[in-house]
Design a binder for this molecule. Structure first.
Ligand SMILES: Cc1ncc(COP(=O)(O)O)c(C=O)c1O
Length: 448
């Protein structure tokens, strides 16, 4: 297939980057138009959870839906059968007492919906001064103006200021470099208590919601320590603040359970989800709101959430989501991730112990990060210039050259990631490790 040049404005792509055109895929592998084959160690963008199949049953579900009803809206009183069926299905899967589920087209839109629902919820309850949001440093929650406002990476926000006022950031539970407790034998949860301090300092009557991923991706698979989210829940309850779990990455098997909330016993008021909901076979996102959250929206028949997205809950996407969830259940993908987790931990743990450039290994389920350092003993890290050179010029292109598509996250420290399709097994692990080890060795020679 020839690909004509080139009016496509790629996302987060430097002007000088050479385009790579991915043309087809199968299982856990993608193929470019030059015929090169790569292991997809990132599930595209943490989203092709069931892998690339092929799954004829999903194609069939899509075809049947397109023939029956290609589109109708969820606005102004309408709904479609797949949207209704999907929201019933999700209500059974999530661990919260579901009030309503608002369907959108992706993760940023799910986060936008959460931000708006939180503010309108407080207004409807007679607390219009609650407008502030608390997230964690480095955290990524999307790129639309609301989502970028709560984003924890200064470099992602800088070009777009002024953003939403009242977006505050708490520290991450980052044991490896924690200023409070990295020298202690266990986490003291001081990082969680900081959320309490921030709310008190801001005046609790101004704070609308705390929004956190169960395992934070940006900064490299930051897993919650024991008791962390229970403490966050207590703090939110004490101050009348809503807790939102951003499940856009963690949801649908990534951390070895249906959701991060089920994996870590979190009790959020709302959950945002996207990506694995359809395994990215079609764009779809969702905001799940508890009965507590929807109460003021539904206690008066004239009240409504002032929000709508034309394609939100598109019937094609919902039909594909339902077929995707059937694959999850039929093939017991969550069980498969649980079965693989000890092997991932063992193999990655051994590599982390052995390799002088791996300072820390973090992660869970099918979601791991290796924090790269110059010196394991001192935890010395790279300068911004070295980091740029290491990641952009060397590590990621070299891995690709050797047949692995992967990411090295640099929004905080430098973290190489493994987050492949959930169907990955021993074979994919070995393929990844062979290339990763080689690139690490070469990087160590060059940069340390
Ligand atoms: C935790 C989290 N929230 C929200 C988003 C935004 O999702 P989308 O890119 O679908 O808008 C992402 C995207 O990676 C994410 O990782």
């Amino acid at each position: 297939m020839t690909v004509a040049p080139d009016h496509l404005w790629r996302h987060f792509t430097p002007a000088g980057a050479a385009p790579i055109v991915i043309d087809r895929a199968e299982g856990c592998h993608i193929y470019d138009t030059e015929g090169n084959r790569y292991l997809d160690a990132l599930a595209a963008l943490y989203c092709v959870n069931i892998g690339y199949g092929p799954y004829p049953e999903i194609a069939e579900a899509a075809r049947a839906q397109l023939e029956r009803l290609p589109f109708f809206t969820n606005w102004v009183g309408f709904a479609t059968p797949p949207a209704l069926e999907l929201t019933e299905k999700l209500s059974d899967l999530v661990p919260i007492d579901v009030g309503r589920i608002f369907l959108v087209s992706g993760g940023s839109e799910a986060v936008e919906a959460a931000l708006k629902v939180a503010r309108q919820y407080h207004r409807l309850r007679g607390e219009p001064t609650r407008y502030k949001y608390i997230t964690r440093r480095s955290a990524y929650h999307g790129t639309t103006m609301g989502a970028i406002s709560i984003n924890g990476s200064p470099s992602l926000r800088a070009q777009f200021e002024p953003l939403l006022p009242g977006c505050l950031r708490a520290p991450m539970p980052y044991r490896y470099r924690c200023p409070y407790c990295s020298d202690k034998s266990a986490c003291t949860l001081r990082c969680a208590d900081e959320v309490d301090d921030i709310i008190r300092n801001e005046d609790p009557s101004t704070v609308a919601a705390v929004i956190m991923e169960p395992v934070q991706n940006s900064a490299g698979s930051i897993v919650p320590p024991e008791g962390y989210f229970q403490r966050i829940r207590e703090i939110c309850d004490a101050h009348g603040v809503l807790l939102v779990a951003d499940e856009v990455i963690c949801g649908f098997g990534r951390v070895g359970d249906w959701f991060g909330t089920t994996r870590y016993g979190i009790e959020p008021d709302m959950m945002t989800m996207a990506k694995g909901l359809t395994s990215a076979y079609a764009p779809l996102g969702a905001l799940v709101a508890s009965t507590k959250v929807i109460e003021p929206f539904f206690s008066d028949p004239k009240t409504m959430l002032i929000h709508g997205i034309t394609f939100g809950g598109h019937p094609l996407s919902c039909a594909i989501a339902l077929a995707n969830l059937e694959v999850f259940e039929r093939d017991d993908l969550i069980g498969h991730v649980r079965e693989m987790t000890p092997l991932f931990r063992e193999e990655f743990g051994r590599l982390a112990d052995e390799h002088p450039m791996i300072g820390d290994l973090r992660g869970d389920g099918c979601f791991y990060s290796f924090e790269l350092v110059k010196d394991k003993q001192t935890k010395a890290t790279f300068t911004p210039a070295e980091r740029d050179e290491l990641i952009k010029t060397f590590f990621v292109p070299r891995a690709r050259e050797l047949g692995v598509y992967m990411r090295v996250d640099d929004r905080a420290e430098t973290a190489a990631q493994f987050s492949p399709p959930l169907v990955s097994g021993r074979e994919e692990l070995d393929e990844f490790l062979g290339v990763f080890r080689q690139v690490l060795d070469e990087a160590y020679e060059r940069f340390v």
